[in-house]
Design a protein around this ligand. Structure first.
Ligand SMILES: [Zn+2]
Length: 378
């Protein structure tokens, strides 16, 4: 890594660089301290925001990183590169950008995916007073995913019992049960929580206070994870034929968003989702703005040899939280494995992240400017 690389080694470094660069670029900064947790060095954890462009802009890009904690290293680098590579001064007229750094600062700082409560924020933005989405099959697979020790015996059991469940329910049903989100096992995979997390509440506050003048809202939520080397997967959650879908297709291309293309890059048919940020923000601005965007994945992980290998990173995180502890002798090795999947230091990955992020910012901001003008002409 060179001195000028936008990739940071720690959450704290990433946070400081973001704040410094945003201030230097003339951004209006806000900081929201997480009162419930600290980082591994006792450091404060915060969601930091920076606004660029007119405060009353009708067209606004919201760009988040670190929704899934450790996945934030790439998104943070993309934001820092935009800040330091001439992004703010080249905004089109009437267009503003709201950068939101480290939606889940706890996960970012500890190199984990979930929040301080093991909650997956992309399953959390729901009405928790209403009945939660069901996921009966998860109950059966939960014990296999949560061994006391992650050893050969546990992996053999996972593979053999997993094969039995697949023969009964089908491959996709099992994958869907594991990753769609569940609301019954707080120590399990993709736990959606039983109330809104600090991160979700904070985002709601930010949207309410910052977005009241917006009429066209674009959204990019940077993530990492699926197998690849910094190339992109656009996960657009707008229904077919909606305004949001049409805008996203215009900016990023219909082929890039097509489900067959996305499934191919993802490695299987996409699972069901509930409670994601995308819909939460869309809902929060719905009274006064139209909304278009995507979760954008920088593919990052190395190829996996089998199903147990594909589940290993999530198993390690869960083991560190609920079995061995983050101070266990295995912790540094396990955390390095997690980091290698979500935030690899391969130069090819990093180069591709920055190149693809630049292109996506340019396409989105140009698209947003056109959207604003066409709405104004109506
Ligand atoms: Zn993610």
């Amino acid at each position: 890594m060179t001195e000028t690389s936008p990739f940071s080694e720690t959450y704290d470094a990433a946070r400081n660089r973001f704040v410094d660069a945003a201030r230097a670029a003339g951004g209006e900064l806000q900081s929201y301290l997480n009162p419930n947790a600290t980082g591994p060095g006792g450091e404060s954890l915060a969601m930091d925001t920076a606004w660029f462009g007119p405060k009353d802009a009708s067209a606004v890009l919201i760009n988040t990183c670190g929704t899934h904690g450790a996945e934030g290293y790439a998104g943070s680098a993309a934001q820092l590169d935009w800040l330091t590579d001439g992004g703010p001064p080249s905004l089109p007229p009437g267009v503003a950008v709201l950068l939101i750094h480290a939606v889940n600062p706890y996960g970012f700082a500890w190199c984990l995916r979930g929040t301080e409560n093991n909650v997956d924020l992309n399953r959390n933005w729901l009405d928790h007073d209403a009945p939660h989405p069901e996921n009966a099959l998860y109950d059966q697979v939960h014990p296999l995913l949560c061994p006391k020790r992650i050893d050969d015996k546990a992996i053999r059991r996972l593979l053999s019992e997993g094969a039995r469940l697949i023969s009964k329910h089908g491959q996709w049903a099992l994958e869907d049960a594991i990753s769609r989100g569940q609301y019954s096992h707080s120590d399990g995979f993709h736990f959606g929580g039983t109330s809104l997390e600090w991160s979700t509440e904070t985002l709601k506050t930010i949207i309410k206070t910052e977005l009241s003048s917006a009429r066209q809202v674009a959204f990019i939520d940077w993530h990492t994870g699926p197998v690849g080397d910094g190339d992109l997967i656009f996960l657009c959650f707008s229904p077919p034929k909606s305004i949001g879908r049409a805008q996203a297709e215009r900016w990023w291309g219909r082929d890039a968003l097509s489900s067959s293309h996305v499934d191919e890059l993802w490695g299987s048919k996409r699972p069901t989702r509930h409670g994601i940020l995308f819909w939460g923000i869309e809902q929060a601005v719905r009274t006064h703005a139209t909304f278009a965007g995507a979760v954008v994945e920088f593919r990052s992980a190395r190829p996996k040899s089998n199903a147990a290998d594909a589940l290993r990173i999530s198993m390690l995180e869960r083991w560190l939280r609920f079995e061995g502890g983050l101070d266990a002798p295995e912790a540094s090795k396990y955390l390095a494995e997690i980091r290698e999947d979500y935030a690899p230091d391969r130069q090819s990955f990093r180069d591709n992240v920055i190149r693809n992020a630049r292109q996506t910012y340019a396409q989105t901001l140009e698209g947003l400017a056109t959207w604003r003008l066409s709405d104004a002409a109506d």
